[in-house]
Structures are given as C-alpha cells and as structure tokens.
Ligand binder design. Structure first.
Ligand code: AMP
Ligand code: MG
Length: 333
C-alpha cells in the first residue's frame, strides 16, 4: 500500500474504505477531498499523527486544527456544550462550508486546539471525506493540505506536489466545488454573540438571518474589538503564491483597458482576472494563482473591480486576496 500516492476510492465498498482508514495504523496521513479545499487528516485520538501534521505543514503550534465529523453525534462527542444556536446553524449548513467554534470536551487534546478551551468543528460536504470518517468511526483533524502560508490545494495533484507519497496518501475526489476555506464562527452563549472569525462561502447575511432574537453577529478580526476570541489563522500573510501577487482594485471603467493592455504586454507578469460570479471566482481562485505561478516572469497581477470588494457575496474571495497579495493598489477611474 505504501507505493500508492493517489487513489480514487469506491465509497460504496465498505471493505475498501476500512482498508484505506487502516493507513493511519501504518503511520501515514491521509489527504481528503472536501468541498472547500483538500484537508490533511489524522484521527483525533492519534497524537503522533496530529504531531506529524504540524511537522509536515510547517504549521506553528499556536494554530489550532479544525475537527471534521460525519454526523451530529460525532460532533457532540467533541464538545462540552451544544447550544441551540449550534443546532440551528448545523441543521442549516451541515454538511457544508461552515465551521463552528464551541467549548471542547475531553476527547479533544490541547494540541488540537492550541491550548484553547474551544474546538472548531465542521461536517464537510464531500462523499469521500464522509465515507472515510465513517469507516474510521472517529472524527479527524484536517487542516488544509498545503505548506503553511502557501496556497491551499483544490485538487489531488496539488497535494501530491506538496507532500511525499511515503508520508501522505491522497484520496482523489476531483476538483473542490467551493474552492476557498470554510467560514468560521465562534458561538458565545454568555454574551449571545456569534463571533465571525473567517469569511467564506457562507456569508454574513445568511448567518445573521438565522440568529434567534437577542443574538448579534460580530464582525471579523480586523474590524472587531479585542474581547473577541482569538482566530489564530487570522494572520495577515497567508495563502501566498510563490511569486509576488500584485492586486489592483479598479473603480470605474476608465483606467481598466489601459491597465489591462499594459500588463498583458509586460513579459515579467501573468495577468489573472476572476470569473464574474463570486461562487465561480472562489472555485477558480487558488487554481488560477497556481497556474500563474507556473508561468515565466517575476510577478502575478490580479485585477478586480472595486464594487466586488464591498459585496457580501465576495467577502470570502476578498479576504483571501488581501492575505495573498504582496502589493495592493487602488486605481480610481
Ligand atoms: P485551516 O488551516 O485552513 O484548516 O484553518 C484552521 C483555522 O481555524 C485556524 O487557523 C483558526 O483560525 C481556526 N480555528 C481552529 N480552531 C479554532 C478555535 N478553537 N478558535 C478559533 N479559531 C479556530
Ligand atoms: Mg490552511
């Protein structure tokens, strides 16, 4: 089995799924496809494998891991409290790209939570991820299957580029449908606050609409006050391509054509423009940056109309662009 680096599992074959889950017993990690990005998985109760994730990714120990479950029952094992708001959000968005931060139970180690008394949980919307977690009969931790600060993987091939086959078996589940990491919210019963820690495909309007009376949604790290829980992945530099990415935000049409012409004529850069629909733009974002990274030239230039940055449907993409960019310019037309 150690020769394989990628398999496309038959999820209807329970024997095969159990055989794949047993890969963990041989000290190897498994990369799983999810609807957001590929995750580098290990069972929550295997500390040596959890440790291996930090080592392979080069991830600092103060960055907690998201726990992935295949059922509501598995989620309950990971928490000490399951408030009504968690139930409402999970009923509405699971399986799907929403991570809930809740008080942790004893099933979740300090290493997983980076010493915090909360755990981040989600149920991925991908049949292969769910089948593996079911076959294992245990939740897994699964941070994005990339090197720390680099672009997240949205295909099986992206994962094999980053990790040796001897360390990681990749389950191929095709291209990721969402393409950017999950929205993260922390459920705070004491203050009846839903702290919005990371934007993603589930946007603030969808979250606010579901909150019971008396609850409020509080904005992400860079806009909020200091009483909110720490979002350790909320650092400024993240999701970076190998080459410097220069983002130009263009207001109005006036400057756009000139900018396009100038950049397309420059052999030192590759120009990226995202699809017009936010869901498609999210799906394409990392793949487009990876392709541009592989082109000749020193730079990647991405052009984006300014109105998109103020649109709730674009907030996930806008957040990743801010963290990926080395330079950020606004062009008023
Ligand atoms: P990723 O590497 O894409 O899986 O991102 C994981 C991110 O989830 C972390 O970097 C944190 O921002 C967030 N996270 C995980 N656990 C917690 C927690 N207990 N409290 C707050 N944020 C968390
Ligand atoms: Mg990550």
């Amino acid at each position: 089995m150690s020769a394989e680096s990628i398999v496309a599992p038959d999820i209807t074959d329970r024997t095969e799924m159990r055989r794949l889950a047993s890969v963990f017993d041989h000290g190897r990690l498994i990369a799983i496809p999810t609807e957001t990005v590929y995750g580098l998985a290990a069972p929550i109760d295997r500390p040596e494998l959890v440790e291996r994730i930090f080592a392979l990714k080069g991830r600092p120990p103060d960055h907690p891991l998201i726990v992935h479950v295949a059922s509501r029952a598995q989620a309950r094992v990971c928490v000490s409290d399951w408030p009504e708001v968690a139930d409402i959000l999970a009923s509405h968005f699971w399986p799907g790209p929403l991570t809930l931060v809740l008080p942790r139970s004893a099933a979740i180690s300090d290493r997983i939570t980076a010493g915090q008394n909360t755990v981040a949980l989600r149920m991925p919307d991908h049949p292969v991820a769910l089948a593996l977690i079911e076959a294992l009969d245990s939740p897994v931790v699964a941070p994005s299957a990339n090197l720390f600060t680099r672009l997240s993987p949205t295909s099986a091939a992206d994962v094999t580029e980053a990790f040796p086959a001897s360390e990681v078996l990749v389950l191929d589940g095709g291209r990721c449908r969402v393409g950017i990491e999950s929205t993260i919210v922390a459920v705070d019963e004491m203050t009846q606050t839903l702290w919005w820690l990371r934007p993603g495909q589930v946007d603030r309007g969808q979250l606010a609409a579901l909150l019971p009376p008396g609850w409020r949604l509080s904005p992400p790290a860079d806009e909020a006050d200091s009483t909110q829980p720490a979002a350790p992945g909320g650092m400024l530099i993240h999701y970076r391509p190998g080459k410097p990415l220069r983002v130009t935000v263009v207001a109005g049409q006036a400057g756009l054509q000139g900018l396009r012409q100038r950049l397309h004529a420059d052999p030192e850069t590759t120009v990226v423009e995202l699809p017009d629909q936010p869901a498609q733009a999210a799906r394409e974002l990392y793949a487009a940056l990876r392709r541009a990274d592989a082109q000749p030239g020193q730079f990647i230039d991405l052009i984006i109309p300014s109105e998109r940055l103020d649109d709730a449907a674009w907030e996930g993409v806008a957040n990743r662009l801010r963290k990926s960019a080395s330079e950020w310019t606004r062009l008023d037309g």
